[in-house]
Design a binder for this molecule. Structure first.
Ligand code: 9MG
Length: 278
């Protein structure tokens, strides 16, 4: 299986990938907005690259539950200078975390390679046409609702089968728009319109999503369900995040999206060593 798009190609089976997170937002829940300054964001991304990230995800709109939406011009002003600088200074694909087709388009024009679309529950085709026309990688994430509403009353009869049906349906829709299967990575969207119980059920069932024959990405880094389960403020959720990452890779996940690249790299390399010895 491959995940490939403009400027990049990853083959599986192979090493699990690590996507480092760079939030260029004033109010990110997980890093307190400390990388809102573009120069700091660029330096931080370069650190994540040196620590072993194989992709860098740059976002200009907080996805914290209830976070206010960011207008397009502001999002463009935040992310474009950072992406432009990173394309020249790190040798890994840059992904743009946006649900706005115009922002994705502009980011791809300055050299981004992947669209991280948390709003693949969208009802129009425009983002998929951007992915088809540019050949960009496309991360297709499940979310119930929007970041402004998703925490209010998440409801599923069976979260695992609903997310799986969503993947099947969206894979058909994106291909109808001209996106090739190899461009797509699937993501169950932990924390996006899910209760703690829904998140745990999805984590327990990750291996079931292999049926879609696409690589899987998981983002759990510092998320609130970890704090709710084992206690701890955002800055104390590293060990819980790492446990989920290890569980995910052992369940067949191909890419971990994380703030903490160095510890995640070390944990995943240890799994590989143990697997090779067995
Ligand atoms: C932007 N963002 C925040 N959490 C995320 C997750 O779990 N997956 C993806 N793809 N993006 C996320």
């Amino acid at each position: 299986m491959i995940f490939a798009g403009r400027h990049f190609k990853f083959e599986f089976p192979g090493r699990a990938l690590i996507m480092g997170i760079v939030n260029v937002t004033p109010d990110s829940f997980s890093d307190g907005g400390q990388f809102f300054n573009p120069d700091r964001a660029i330096e931080h991304a370069q650190d994540l690259f040196r620590e072993g990230a194989q992709m860098i995800d740059v976002g200009g709109e907080s996805t914290r539950p209830g976070a206010p939406a960011v207008e397009e011009p502001e999002e463009l002003r935040s992310v474009l200078p950072v992406i432009e600088a990173l394309v020249k200074s790190v040798q890994v694909p840059i992904s743009v975390d946006t649900h706005k087709p115009a922002v994705a388009c502009a980011a791809l024009k300055v050299g981004a390679s992947i669209i991280n679309d948390i709003a693949a529950n969208r009802s129009d085709d425009e983002m998929w046409r951007v992915a088809a026309d540019t050949g960009a990688g496309y991360i297709l994430m499940h979310m119930q609702g929007t970041p402004q509403t998703m925490h209010l009353a998440p409801k599923y009869a069976d979260v695992v089968s609903e997310v799986s049906d969503f993947f099947a349906d969206r894979l058909k829709q994106v291909q109808r728009c001209g996106v090739k299967p190899e461009q797509v990575m699937l993501d169950p969207g932990i924390g996006f319109g899910k209760t703690v119980k829904h998140n745990l059920e999805l984590l327990a069932a990750l291996a079931q999503f292999k049926v879609h024959e696409r690589p899987l990405l998981l983002g759990v880094s510092r998320k609130s369900f970890i704090g709710k389960l084992v206690g701890g403020e955002v800055q104390d959720r590293g060990p819980g995040s790492l446990a989920c990452a290890v569980w995910a890779v052992l369940s067949g996940v191909h890419c971990i999206r994380t703030h903490d690249v160095a510890p995640t790299c070390q944990a995943l390399r240890m799994i590989e060593e143990i697997q090779h010895a067995g």
